[in-house]
Design a protein around this ligand. Structure first.
Ligand SMILES: Nc1ncnc2c1ncn2[C@@H]1O[C@H](COP(=O)(O)OP(=O)(O)O)[C@@H](O)[C@H]1O
Ligand SMILES: [Mg+2]
Length: 228
C-alpha cells in the first residue's frame, strides 16, 4: 500500500546540506498499524511530508496504492483524499466549533448539505464527542481537540491515517485514549502510521515498529519494542 524505495531526502539550508532521510526502504501493507519511532530530528516528519508530497525526495521513490506520489501532480488531490493526517498541534480553526471544524472541510471538498448533515454527527460519535459538537476548540481539552482532528481526518474515508506525534501535547491518560481510538480505527479497516517518541505507547501496542536514527532505518520489527 505504501512503498518507500531507497528514499533519500537532503534539505538545503543556509548553503548547508542536511540529510533528513538516507536510503530508506520499507513497505506497509493495507490494514497495518505501524509505528515510526525515533528521537527528535530522526526524520519522522520528513517521511510523512514525502508521502503527502509536500516535499520531494532527493533520490528514490514513494508509491502509494500503486502510484508514485511524485510522478503526476494532477493526481495529487485524488491521492491526498485517501490520506488523513493528524498532528501534534491539532490544527483546528479556533473560530469554529467541533462540528464547524469538520463541516468546513467537507464544504471545501464540495460535499452537499445532506452529506455534511449525515457525516459530521457520525464521525463525532465515532470519536466519542457527540456531546461536544457545539463547543469551540478553546473550550475543549487537548484530548478532545485531537479527537476532533481525528474525526475531521476521517470524513473522506481515507485508506490511511498518518499521525505525526498526535499525543505530543497530551497527558498520559489522554495519550492512552487517543492511541486506543487509533487502534479502534485500525480495527475498522484503516491503515494507521503513527510517528512517536513515546516509549510506552509503542511497547504496549505490540505491533510493527520501524526505528529511525539520524535518517536511517536501524530496525524494522513485527512486534517491536522501543529501544534507543
Ligand atoms: N525544511 C527543512 N529545512 C532544513 N532542514 C530540515 C527541514 N525540515 C527538517 N529538517 C531537518 O531534517 C532532519 C529531520 O527532521 P524531521 O523530519 O522533522 O525529524 P523528526 O520529525 O523525527 O523530529 C532534522 O535534522 C531537521 O532539522
Ligand atoms: Mg517531527
Amino acid at each position: 500500500m505504501i512503498n518507500f524505495q531507497k528514499v533519500t531526502k537532503i534539505y538545503q539550508s543556509d548553503g548547508r546540506e542536511i540529510a533528513a532521510l538516507k536510503d530508506v526502504s520499507f513497505e506497509i501493507q493495507p490494514k497495518e498499524f505501524i509505528s515510526i519511532v525515533g528521537r527528535s530530528g530522526a526524520g519522522k516528519t520528513t517521511l510523512f511530508k514525502l508521502l503527502m508530497a509536500e516535499e520531494k525526495p532527493t533520490e528514490g521513490s514513494i508509491v502509494f496504492e500503486g502510484e508514485d506520489v511524485h510522478q503526476n501532480r494532477s493526481h495529487l488531490p485524488h491521492i491526498r483524499r485517501k490520506m488523513g493526517a493528524i498532528f501534534q498541534d491539532y490544527k483546528l480553526l479556533p473560530s469554529k466549533t467541533a462540528y464547524g471544524n469538520i463541516s468546513y472541510i467537507m464544504e471545501v471538498m464540495g460535499a452537499s448539505d445532506e452529506e455534511i448533515a449525515n457525516t459530521v454527527p457520525q464521525v463525532l460519535e465515532l470519536v466519542g464527542l457527540k456531546e461536544r459538537a457545539n463547543n469551540f476548540s478553546e473550550e475543549l481539552s487537548g484530548g478532545e481537540r485531537q479527537r476532533v482532528a481525528i474525526a475531521r481526518a476521517l470524513v473522506h474515508r481515507p485508506d490511511v491515517i498518518l499521525a505525526d506525534e498526535p499525543t505530543g501535547n497530551l497527558d498520559p491518560i489522554n495519550t492512552q485514549e487517543i492511541i486506543r481510538l487509533l487502534v479502534k480505527i485500525n480495527e475498522m479497516g484503516t491503515t494507521v502510521v503513527l510517528a512517536t517518541h513515546n516509549k510506552e505507547i509503542v511497547n504496549n501496542l505490540g505491533k510493527r515498529v520501524i526505528t529511525l536514527e539520524k535518517g536511517q532505518v536501524i530496525r524494522d520489527e513485527a512486534e517491536g519494542k522501543f529501544i534507543l
